[in-house]
Design a protein around this ligand. Sequence first.
Ligand code: SF4
Length: 455
Amino acid sequence: MKKSSEVRDELNAVSPSFCLAKWLQVTIHLQNGHTHSCHHPMTHKVSLDELAYDPSALHNTSEKKEYRKQMLEGTRPKECQYCWNIEDAHPDNLSDRTFKSADDWAYTRLGEISTAPWDRSVNPAYIEVSFGNECNFKCAYCAPHISSGLMTEYLKHGHYSGMPQFSLDNIRDLGQFPYSKDEHNPYVDAFWKWWPSASKDLKTFRITGGEPLLNPNTYRFFEFLRQNPMPDLSLAINSNLGIPRGTLDKFIREVKYITDHKLIKDFQFFTSVDTYGKNAEFIRFGLDYDEYMENVKLFLREVPQAQLIFMCTYNAFSVLNFRKFLDQVIELKRAHKNEWNYTKVFLDTPYLKDPRFLSCYVLTEDFWPVVRADLEYMKQFAVGDAPGDALFYEHEVSKFERILNWLENLEESMHRQGMRRTLYDFIQEYEDRKGIRFHDYCPEYAAFYELCKYS
Ligand code: SF4
């Protein structure tokens, strides 16, 4: 494996703005025909005219080809500002331009991509797709074009006053209004037309949503796999794991079949939960926490070849009961190990950034010791003498540590106080719409709630 800095030099030899992800990685939102590569730039709409003669325009849009041309000529596409900011901060900094290009799925095609004409359509090596927005959850920080449950709520009540960016008018203006599951969706048609070709060079396929386990296209993909094994493919699927038992059983049967018969290289199951118990149920509305954990255990028992990754979007209501969640994760990590004694259960803790009033940004300094103690607790399980003794890996600990670093550097401000009041107003609307009481779900936050009320 090449060192990252060597890959950066090879990329720079093509051009200082060259990045393989622009050719080889794509995230496609079929519910509204939006696409981007990689996931950092804003999405843009795929033209139905382009799709009519080339279904690969789901990835090879004329807009993206322009950016590829810029990259080959040494011009930085504006949409990649995320990487330019990192690279400009220090000459030695490496951005995702290097890390993504250094990944196996990308690096092996460096020669092919750097010498091909800029306007040639290419098959991606990494596809992330959302087949639709069907979802039975109405999470506090989610949006109606991503969850059909929230869309129903927004059609009835409109947007939350603190979240004007998700107003249906705004979503419509941005071309992001989703097709409902009963409507004919030309983007889904185009995807399946493109798939025989798109799947040829594919190394990673990730299905996201909405809730992928509720979408028939997920099962259409399994059917394809049964007829067309892809032994080099890493498959990943996201789920809220809050689906009806019959649907879960069907999904487990499919995954068991494809892993038992080695139709793919490996399988990663990403499942979302942000903290423990009722606090988690408040923020991810629709979740039954105990049932969720039972579903996690069922999946791990039934599909022993899979890895399971908890995706915990750490937010304002993650903090006070996080230790109880950590204990359950530790227990699962210990109980589910591979033949070399390494755990197959992982924890990923990105932190919520938007909406800000639901993020840890609104919390006060007296919450920080709780976060710090949880970090120290994780570190206790990150050491060991024999292989597999350490239950948390360095990347899991450092990701959580990043949250504490961010919090400890926050300064008190009028803006934060204003966000607390926005949170209080949001909770009133949330209670009314959902027919619940905040204090039944988050009694530990009573003092903080009062603070928000008078902010
Ligand atoms: S330069 Fe950065 S933002 Fe742009 S495609 Fe590459 S990894 Fe993504």
